[in-house]
Design a protein around this ligand. Structure first.
Ligand code: GTP
Ligand code: MG
Length: 293
């Protein structure tokens, strides 16, 4: 069996997580229109007839403003080790930014082939796509270039066929039917965070994190509690909202997704807690699971 590992890297918000979800045809990575959504590398497994590809979603790489930012960049760059091919994912409609150039400088030092994945082509005309390809081509020697729309699931089959040609292993890494390496507990925290990212704005998304504090599974129902941690007391008010309405909406939207995930009725309790400046405190970053680096 042909197999291998493939990393998806790029600036924040280019659609890496949307793409990995499209590839495995499920919701394994949370998505939002806020830059900096992904905070952990997540593997998504594509099972072909006679091959298996492990795609690795990574945090978007950007100029770090704090300790968490530095850890996220480091984990993305670490994902480039021991893989068969790099998928450099860009937002074709956004144009080339300084961030793209900086990442490409790092990729130039790698011996691994790099495929340019020109995402969000649903926003462009044919001429626009050709223009974008030419612009990126002048910056880097890509092994291949493929335009896709992760959102519309356009050209995903071709991306898989193309990626397959780079595989170098012959190990079956994952059993049939397994599509990700994370466990439901991780995804539960992430689903709560996804709702907050999509329901609030400005400084809130970057300053919150979520932690599952209790999980009690009975025959037909799961009782789950999740802490929403904010970095300042005044963000609590925004998360809770007028008469608790925001927290209610976050809870009911998250609950629906969690029920789909675990296939059971869910009682979800959310608590909002302040840990001042948690993004800069090693102690909390470690406790929150950002300690691998
Ligand atoms: N129009 C369009 N929007 C897309 C496409 N792919 C992703 N998006 C949108 O782009 C935004 C960012 O998507 P994500 O998948 O979270 O991006 P990401 O690269 O994982 O972002 P980080 O985790 O912050 O690095 C979301 O609002 C998506 O709906 C696409 O093909 N077309
Ligand atoms: Mg992401």
């Amino acid at each position: 069996m042909k197999s291998g590992f493939v990393s998806l890297v790029g600036r924040p918000n280019t659609g890496k997580s949307t793409l990995i979800n499209a590839i495995v045809d499920d919701h394994i990575a949370i998505v939002s229109n806020v830059a900096g959504t992904t905070r952990n590398t997540i593997q998504g497994v594509y099972h072909g007839d006679d091959f298996q590809i492990v795609f690795v979603d990574t945090p978007g790489i950007s100029k770090p403003v704090d300790k968490l930012g530095k850890k996220l960049n480091a984990s993305s760059y670490e994902s480039l080790e021991d893989i068969d091919v790099i998928l450099f994912v860009v937002d074709a409609a956004a144009g080339i930014g300084k961030g793209d150039k900086q990442i490409l400088e790092v990729l130039k030092k790698e011996s691994t082939p790099v495929i340019l994945v020109l995402n969000k082509i649903d926003k462009l005309t044919k001429e626009g796509i050709i223009k974008a390809i030419n612009a990126y081509n002048s910056l880097f020697e890509f092994a291949d270039i493929i335009p896709v729309s992760a959102l519309k699931k356009d050209n995903i089959d071709r991306l898989i066929e193309l990626t397959k040609t780079y595989l170098r292993d012959d190990i079956k890494y994952y059993e049939d039917g397994v599509i990700t390496n994370t466990d439901p507990r991780f995804m539960i925290q992430e689903l709560v965070r996804e709702k907050i990212l999509n329901l609030t704005n400005e400084e809130v998304p970057h300053n919150i994190t979520t932690v599952l504090t209790s999980y009690n599974e009975k025959s037909n129902v799961a009782e789950i509690a999740v802490d929403i941690i904010v970095s300042r007391d005044n963000l609590k008010k925004i998360i809770i909202g007028k008469q608790g309405n925001m927290l209610k909406t976050i809870g009911s939207e998250a609950r629906k997704d969690i029920e789909k995930l675990i296939g059971k009725k869910v009682f979800l309790e959310l608590y909002v807690r302040t840990i001042k400046n948690w993004r800069n405190k090693d102690k909390y970053l470690n406790e929150l699971g950002f300690d691998e680096l």
